[in-house]
Write a protein that binds this ligand. Structure first.
Ligand code: UD2
Length: 312
């Protein structure tokens, strides 16, 4: 199979940089684009010298910016990961959330339409399900987001569906569940619990548990997410639709702490704080659809993925 040409927006971010690594390792050509507002050059340090990788600093929400890159680069696929990733910031700055999480998607769709890019892979989120109570969540579950961020991701999915309906562009939306792994910045107040707790245990500081610790999530290893992105982007067979990107396995915070306790004996006891406002108790996805579409579903056992993160 000849290498494909893939444009990755948000390439210097947590998921973006792993996706770029995967694509280049699999023999594809990648142009990474990022405005470096939250992503870092350091995330790409292992790949900058690769001849099959190029990088451009650009804000993809700027009108016409992606179109001009696409016109020059002629990608076979665009993987659109650039986003405002902070849900709380989306609440306080809805205009910024709209620009980065909706307008940027429109720019990507238009670039693909004008310059005949046949496929777009998009980073959606389990946040589109919001209050939905029935677990595990299948893609057919109602979408009742509870944040500006969740609505923006849902609107973007619909924009993409519209470009498929009108122009035949193959659009793939992945609803990522709780992604964890190396390069997720534990210092950010919006970072995931896995990276925050791993960092605390490593330096011998107590973790804070909001609530009783029985809350659970479907934790997805970032290497598996990168693999799903790469497979969807480069598959020779047509692919489109909306898919959960999840394991179907439930892990509670107490499970997470038990693994970390074994790894760091003598670590200080967790501190308990009241539940976080707006927190959901349990989140779990059904990976059946992604498995049948890609012949792949995220499956790295949690203890293994956590081990890789701790060894990083
Ligand atoms: C994730 C997203 C959030 C939003 C939401 C939608 C991340 C980091 N957050 O929130 O942006 O999309 O899904 O459903 O991806 N916790 C602690 N101590 C800590 C940090 C967290 O107890 O120091 C708890 C937290 O209260 C929650 C659980 O751990 O009950 C998971 O927290 P999270 O922020 O990692 O992820 P989540 O699913 O709440």
């Amino acid at each position: 199979m000849a290498g494909k040409r893939v444009l990755v927006t948000g390439a210097a971010g947590f998921i973006g940089s792993h996706t770029v690594d995967r694509l280049v390792a699999d023999g594809h050509h990648v142009l990474g684009v990022d405005d470096l507002s939250t992503g870092t050059q350091e995330n790409l340090s292992g790949i900058l010298e690769e001849s099959r990788f190029n990088f451009e600093k650009q804000d993809v929400s700027a009108p016409g910016a992606v179109a001009s890159i696409v016109e020059r680069y002629h990608p076979d696929t665009i993987i659109h990961l650039a986003a405002l990733v902070s849900v709380p910031r989306g609440e306080t700055e809805p205009g910024l959330n709209y620009r980065l999480n909706v307008q940027a998607t429109h720019e990507v769709c238009e670039a693909a339409r004008r310059h005949q890019v046949p496929r777009i892979v998009f980073a959606s989120s389990a946040a589109v399900y919001g209050e939905c109570a029935e677990l595990p969540l299948a893609e057919s579950a109602p979408t009742i987001p509870v944040s500006q961020y969740g609505y923006a991701k849902r609107i973007s999915e619909q924009l993409l569906e519209g470009y498929r309906a009108s122009y035949g562009i193959e659009t793939v939306c992945f609803r990522y569940f709780n992604v964890y792994g190396p390069r997720q910045d534990p210092a950010s107040p919006y970072s995931g619990v896995v990276s925050i707790f791993s960092d605390r245990f490593r330096v011998g500081q107590p973790v804070t548990i909001y609530g009783d610790g029985t809350q659970s999530r479907d934790f997805v290893y970032v290497g598996d997410v990168a693999m799903a992105n790469a497979l969807a982007a480069t598959s020779e067979t047509p692919i489109y639709g909306t898919f959960n990107c999840c394991t179907g396995e439930s892990t509670s915070l107490l499970d997470l702490i038990a693994v970390l306790d074994r790894r760091f004996p003598g670590a200080p006891k967790p501190e308990h704080h009241p539940e976080r406002a707006g927190d959901i108790k349990h989140s779990l996805g059904d990976p059946t659809a992604i498995q049948s579409a890609l012949k792949f579903a995220p499956a790295t056992p949690f203890a293994e993925g956590l081990g890789t993160l701790l060894a990083d």
